[in-house]
Design a protein around this ligand. Structure first.
Ligand code: PD2
Ligand code: ZN
Length: 301
């Protein structure tokens, strides 16, 4: 990646700040997108200073305060070797159950690296049925984000069909979003709208990463809205008789799709070293319905 502050990058920094992101959040997004922390810090600082000066000449004293914490943030980003905070569960002392507010969720399996947690009973049978019923009339062939431009495209590696709920669009969606936020200690506002996917016999989702590839030209556009993805929760709404597991090829793991259960995984940098390559194995007998919640670094408006 070219480590030069282009006008587009400067404009992006100003927009992010105007949208209410803190300097620390903007800095984290830049580092996650592949900017070297020191370059990101200087670019952020000079861009904000120039911008504020242009709006209010002589306002240097006021500018100094918000920019001051940047040094410490950049240091933290550097010492963490390009990693960012991710959603987490308190798994110390190996709890059997986690408190998700309105529901106790079972911890079925955990893997430390990559961080994968298989959860039991996240959704009730009634909630699974209600999600399918609400999604069914809105289903269309799945699109994936087109990383060349930041738009969307039909993708042959994904033969499912799907739809997105808007965040908070119904009482059911609000309830589940609040439960997820509590479970993974991550703000509701940082979540994308929940996606429901349907796979018939033979349909699959070939292995992929859920983060946006920093090397793709469309990625800066995508990151303008909430920064990188840092965690994924796939919730199983029904049970195919055969096939349809969620696979993690780098670590030889396959999670069985069981109604009401979920698999959570997180990634602290947009890089294959996170070993979060994962896919949806072909459905062999039956059908498969899942709801996916992707969690962003910042507020997803
Ligand atoms: O349906 C799945 O098992 C699956 C697998 C991989 C879903 C996703 N990725 C996803 O929604 O990102
Ligand atoms: Zn995925």
């Amino acid at each position: 990646m070219t480590q030069i502050a282009t006008p587009a990058l400067r404009e992006w920094i100003v927009q992010q700040t105007a949208a209410g992101f803190s300097p620390e959040q903007v800095l984290s997004a830049m580092v996650a997108a592949g900017w070297e922390a020191g370059v990101a810090e200087v670019t952020l600082e000079t861009t904000l200073r120039d911008y504020l000066r242009s709006r209010a000449p002589g306002a240097d004293a006021a500018v100094a305060a918000p920019v001051a914490p940047l040094k410490a943030s950049a240091q933290a980003a550097k010492s963490a070797a390009g990693t960012v905070p991710v959603p987490t569960m308190d798994l110390g002392q190996s709890p059997r159950m986690l408190d998700a507010g309105d529901r106790q969720v079972t911890v079925l399996s955990t893997l430390a690296s990559p961080r994968v947690v298989v959860l039991g009973g996240l959704l009730s049978d009634e909630e699974c049925d209600a999600l399918i019923a609400a999604a069914r009339p809105r289903m269309a062939r799945s699109l994936t984000v087109e990383t060349k431009t930041g738009g969307e495209e039909l993708n042959e590696s994904r033969t499912s069909s799907g739809m997105f709920f808007n965040r908070g669009e119904s009482e059911l969606i609000q309830r589940i979003e609040a439960r997820i936020a509590r479970l993974v200690n991550w703000p509701v506002e940082n979540g994308e709208g929940m996606q429901v996917l349907y796979y018939g016999v033979g349909a699959e989702y070939k292995p992929h990463y859920d983060y946006f590839d920093p090397a793709e030209p469309g990625t800066p556009t995508i990151l303008k809205r909430g920064g990188q993805r840092v965690g994924t929760l796939v919730m199983y709404l029904n049970e195919p008789e055969r096939g349809g597991g969620t696979t993690f090829p780098d670590v030889g793991l396959e999670v069985a799709p069981q109604r009401g259960n979920a698999v959570f995984f997180s990634y602290d940098k947009p890089d294959p070293s996170t070993r979060t390559l994962h896919g949806g194995a072909p459905v062999i007998v039956g059908e498969k319905w899942v709801a996916t919640k992707w969690l962003r670094q910042g507020v997803f408006e």
